[in-house]
Design a protein around this ligand. Structure first.
Ligand code: ADP
Length: 627
């Protein structure tokens, strides 16, 4: 028997593939089954175009078998088979390009790139086998041939006996090693699982003899094993079925089954797109967050199929981060099956699909918000943070796509509203969209600065999530209306007259205010008397872009970014405390300092900021109240 060597570049490629490129060994079965399916397609197609070729459609199938003792898996198909020349051509050369040369200094990505361009599916079987035997008989040849190989060393081809047209591939499964338990593939359950997972939608039946444990005699509790041939795949993917034939329940069941959820999805989005790149997609918005959604372990992505064959379980490139919660499948005929992850990322068709998928999800959410608000709010309470994060991520690149999907709590309506709704209900003369941030609705509602805006009968958005202010800052303005934090020093709510008056009282008390600033130190930029507070004695306001709530977020980060809000301590000029301060400043400097410290701590407390030395403040308060 003559032993042939693989062409040199094939050897390198084979070696590389077996040992480094595909990390997921499970896919070997998918590769062999899709080759078998292709061979069946080819034969069927010939029979339609050549009347000499006759096939019985019921006979077009794939058979799977395994033998634990001999450590073999056999995949048999009744497809077109191969002639001797085809065997030589198809299985003797991996990459058919003769000019293909590997250089040692190529990066793994470059190698993967090359592999992606050529058919290497069959060779993935060497990841789990140390010997492969292929018996095949072409539909237009009388003779059958056997190809045999133990991997990189080469292969042999011989005549053999085989009655039926088609191909039978036997894999001799590797012995277990410390790193990998190859024996797991010699198991009925595992093979069934792999077929279900990767090849469920292959359009020909994949059959296997399975063992059923039957009760033989109920009274005696006797069992017997019955062997039955079972079709392992469902053959028609739900997304390829006619929409009218599918009940909501079918979609729900498919979702719960495939994505291991106990609850029905909140929304099902199915679409079929014809065009430059045709595809069908079936997407689901879960009704609750998966248990690991907010952890680093959560992997976003959609299952990607090429004509019914799974290429990737979770293709991350199909979903933007802000829609990471969406689950589902995309099936396209315009994507090559033997494509590696790295090559796929660069595929323009994939990018096109991703773009369409994104806008489809967005439109569906907009519709949900419009037509089924309760459900939208339920969705938003679960995944809204993700959308808000999407608004400010990437320097706000996606903000215009998402700004109509985000909602905030309205002080007037006492529920979540959109920015559009806020602007539509603005009062005459209201120029800005007001918001206030804090850790809870009730806490924000009691903020001294909120009072002045409410007095004007303006609505205020209450922001309670840490992403909220970043989100609003990224949106910048909505329909020409700028956002204003009520804690901002100058909200522009006062008349010129009022401003003039405030300026005057501050000038009159300049020395006292400077003295207060000195007591407090660098924490605040300024101390001033104000007329905008109604009942509260003091509050902290800010100047510039960083608010107090934002500073809290920065403070909670592991590395100190040195970001500080520019704070101003405002003392209510109309409050009796203001007169008290003036008196003490004139007569009792020591008490004046103590009062200042207490008042500043009060303002920090209201803003939810920590107090540097609580013991000192507690003592000061006791001292003052026990007088
Ligand atoms: P690809 O399927 O991407 O072309 P493979 O390495 O998986 O690459 O297979 C190489 C070729 O071998 C196939 O294109 C096909 O012509 C042939 N082949 C593989 N398996 C079969 C089969 N079961 N029946 C007929 N031909 C096959």
């Amino acid at each position: 028997m003559e032993k042939k060597e693989f062409k040199s570049e094939s050897r390198r490629l084979l070696d590389l593939m077996i040992n480094s490129i595909y990390t997921n060994k499970d896919i070997f079965l998918r590769e062999l089954i899709s080759n078998a399916s292709d061979a069946l397609d080819k034969l069927y197609y010939r029979s339609l175009t050549d009347e000499k070729v006759k096939v019985d459609k019921d006979n077009l199938l794939i058979h799977l078998a395994f033998n634990k003792d001999e450590r073999t898996i056999t995949i048999t198909d009744s497809g077109c088979g191969m002639t001797k020349e085809e065997l030589e051509e198809n299985l003797g050369t991996i990459a058919k390009s003769g000019s293909l040369a590997f250089k040692d200094n190529m990066t793994n990505e470059e190698k993967v790139d090359i592999i992606g361009q050529f058919g290497v599916g069959f060779y993935s079987a060497f990841m789990v086998s140390d010997r492969i035997v292929v018996k095949t008989k072409s539909y237009n040849s009388k003779d059958a041939y056997v190809w045999e190989s133990e991997g990189v060393d080469g292969y042999t081809i011989d005549k053999c006996k085989k009655d039926d047209v088609g191909t039978e591939i036997t894999l001799y499964i590797k012995e277990d090693t410390e790193e990998y338990e190859y024996s797991k593939y010699l198991d009925e359950y595992e093979l069934k699982r792999l077929v279900k997972k990767y090849s469920d939608y292959i359009s020909f039946p994949i059959k296997m003899e399975v063992t059923h444990h039957h009760m033989k005699d109920e009274e005696k509790h006797e069992y017997e094993d019955i062997k039955e041939t079972e079709t392992l795949n469902s053959m028609i993917p739900i997304w390829k079925k006619n929409k009218n034939d599918i009940k909501d329940e079918d979609y729900d069941n498919f979702y719960m089954d495939k994505f291991n959820d106990f609850d029905k999805p909140l929304k099902v989005i199915s679409s079929s797109v014809e065009g430059m790149c045709s595809y069908k997609s079936l997407l689901f918005i879960p009704s609750h967050a998966p248990y690991d959604f907010f952890t680093q372990n959560y992997e976003k992505g959609l299952s990607l199929y090429s004509n019914g064959v799974l290429i990737m379980d979770k293709c991350p490139d199909l979903l933007p981060d802000y829609f990471a919660f969406v689950r589902g499948v995309v099936d396209s005929e315009d994507l090559s099956l033997n494509i590696s992850r790295e090559v796929l990322q660069e595929s323009n068709n994939l990018k096109l699909i991703a773009k369409n998928v994104e806008s489809k999800i967005r439109k569906e959410l907009e519709t949900l918000l419009k037509d089924d608000r309760d459900n939208y709010i339920s969705f938003f309470k679960t995944f809204g943070v993700q959308l808000k994060y999407g608004v400010y991520n990437n320097f706000g690149a996606d903000r215009d796509k998402l700004k109509d999907l985000v909602m905030f709590y309205s002080s007037k309506k006492d529920k979540l509203i959109t920015l559009k709704e806020y602007v539509e209900n603005m009062k005459d003369g209201q120029e800005k969209i007001y918001y206030a941030a804090g850790s809870s609705i009730s806490k924000i509602d009691k903020l001294p600065q909120v009072e002045q805006v409410k007095d004007k009968d303006f609505d205020i958005l209450y922001l309670t999530e840490y992403v909220d202010e970043f989100c609003i800052t990224a949106i910048q303005e909505y329909e020409g209306k700028k956002f204003a934090n009520v804690e901002n020093e100058d909200l522009g709510l006062e008349s010129d007259e009022e401003k003039e008056e405030v300026k005057k009282v501050n000038e009159e008390s300049k020395d006292m205010l400077d003295a207060m600033l000195e007591v407090i130190g660098d924490d605040v930029k300024e101390v001033k008397l104000s007329k905008k507070l109604k009942s509260h004695p003091v509050c902290l306001t800010t100047k510039g872009d960083i608010s107090i709530e934002m500073q809290k977020v920065f403070d909670a980060m592991p590395n100190d970014l040195g970001v500080k809000a520019e704070m101003i301590l405002e003392v209510n000029e109309k409050h009796p405390i203001s007169k008290k301060l003036k008196d003490l400043y004139a007569s009792d400097k020591e008490s004046f300092d103590k009062y200042t410290k207490i008042l500043y701590s009060e303002a920090r407390m209201i803003a939810g900021l920590p107090i540097e030395d609580p013991t000192e403040i507690s003592n000061l308060i006791c001292e003052v109240i026990s007088k």
